[in-house]
Design a protein around this ligand. Structure first.
Ligand SMILES: Cc1cc2nc3c(=O)[nH]c(=O)nc-3n(C[C@H](O)[C@H](O)[C@H](O)COP(=O)(O)OP(=O)(O)OC[C@H]3O[C@@H](n4cnc5c(N)ncnc54)[C@H](O)[C@@H]3O)c2cc1C
Length: 377
């Protein structure tokens, strides 16, 4: 039951964005910047964004050596280059837009650990640098001298540095997006689960968190943007999106000095770790149980947890005491190809989804691209 005032002021908009992750908020902000007088509403089911944007590891990364080599198996050279460029430019643009301090950004460099099996990648290092040179004007990857100083287990035979990577705080990035969205007059309503979008009619049906589990909200908009990433199938059945869960473990503050800093990758980028506030943040390893992780449930896979704990104990900090403090999962979205899906899907509706493990770097730019698409409709 809604009041006259609620019906008059709260249900009609120029643009409704579903999902308030990096992509949803970026899309709303870019659209509002293009059309300052437009009324823009963002609908979010959680109190906080409840997908990946505030659950991730905060790696501001463009791709490790073995990740890029792996991409060559599935993509053309031009596609791989375009993806690296998108990530690189995306990172540059958020640093410029929000300021490094507001993102908690630190340019600490990226590193990749290579074991015996992965060592062959070093042969390809000069070739990959050559390929990336037109974009970066200098070598991206180099082999670290004296990697033993980093204190990893003997099975780590080499460490490769990427000088174009850094790290940020996803909570601060989200705070910056909230602040900007608010300052340009975007309305964000949380606790609203969208159940249906009429893509041609511009109708969004939702369930109010304070309601009784029934569809009781009917919003109307001239344009709709679906930015629900892994959770898109419910609203757009043809999305062909594969959810991919990611686990992160965080240790208690370590009582020894960490002999390295930066963002670290292993196993073609599937495993990653960094230090934060004197703690070890370690995550990934989806490749240990691909099938099990095709899930939209925020649960912990014991097989993956145990794999990560073993890596911490045996490879990252051999013979050092680690006490785990907390753990969480987030859900990513994947598809057959490793690039975002930005498309018009109805007379009044567009989508921008399938961000994979790259949303920190490309979310803002994807929002910009979606706003351009919206402005052409
Ligand atoms: C564990 C983990 C680690 C990661 N590490 C990194 C990293 O280091 N670097 C990097 O670049 N990327 C990383 N990523 C990926 C990155 O976080 C994502 O690519 C990015 O956050 C995707 O943003 P998004 O806005 O598309 O999706 P999301 O952040 O998932 O946002 C979608 C939003 O839509 C909302 N929603 C869904 N359905 C509905 C509905 N029906 N009604 C209303 N709201 C709805 C959700 O609640 C959610 O808030 C990681 C992801 C995970 C899970």
């Amino acid at each position: 039951m809604f009041s006259y005032w609620e019906k008059k002021h709260f249900f009609h908009y120029d643009l409704i964005v579903v999902g308030s992750g990096f992509v949803g908020l970026s899309s709303a902000i870019h659209f509002k910047e293009k059309f300052p007088k437009a009324s823009v509403l963002v609908l979010e089911r959680g109190v906080f964004p409840t997908g990946a944007s505030t659950k991730n590891a905060g790696f501001a990364c463009i791709g490790s050596l073995t990740e890029i080599l792996d991409d060559f198996w599935h993509m053309t050279h031009a596609e791989v280059l375009a993806l690296v460029e998108r990530r690189y430019k995306g990172l540059k643009s958020i640093r410029k837009q929000f300021g490094e301090k507001n993102l908690g950004y630190a340019h600490t460099n990226g590193y990749e650990l290579l074991d015996e099996e992965m060592l062959r990648a070093l042969e390809q290092l000069p070739g990959v640098n050559k390929l990336l040179r037109p974009l970066f004007k200098e070598d991206v990857f180099s082999q670290v001298k004296n990697p033993e100083k980093m204190g990893f287990a003997n099975q780590i035979k080499a460490v490769v540095k990427n000088k174009f990577e850094g790290e940020l705080d996803p909570g601060l990035y989200m705070t910056s997006l909230w602040r900007l969205a608010q300052s340009v007059g975007i309305r964000i309503l949380t606790g609203v689960t969208v159940c249906e979008v009429s893509q041609d009619e511009g109708i969004v049906l939702g369930e109010d968190g304070a309601g009784e589990g029934e569809v009781n909200l009917e919003f109307k908009a001239k344009k709709i943007a679906i930015c629900t990433n892994a959770f898109t199938e419910k609203l757009w059945q043809d999305s062909a999106i594969q959810p991919g869960r990611g686990l992160i473990l965080l240790s208690k503050p370590l009582d020894f000095k960490i002999p390295w800093k930066g963002t670290f990758h292993m196993d073609k980028g599937y495993v990653y770790f960094r230090q934060i506030d004197g703690r070890l943040l370690l995550g990934g390893a989806r490749n240990v149980d691909f099938e099990g992780e095709k899930s939209m449930e925020f649960k912990v896979n014991p097989k993956i947890k145990s794999h990560l704990e073993t890596l911490a104990k045996e490879v990252i900090f051999p013979n050092k005491p680690i006490v785990w403090d907390t753990e969480w999962t987030g859900i990513m979205a994947f598809g057959k190809i490793k690039s975002p899906l930005i498309r018009q899907v109805g007379v009044k509706t567009v989508v921008a989804v399938r961000l994979g493990g790259m949303g920190v770097a490309i979310g803002w730019q994807v929002g910009k691209e979606l706003s351009i698409l919206l402005s052409k409709m």
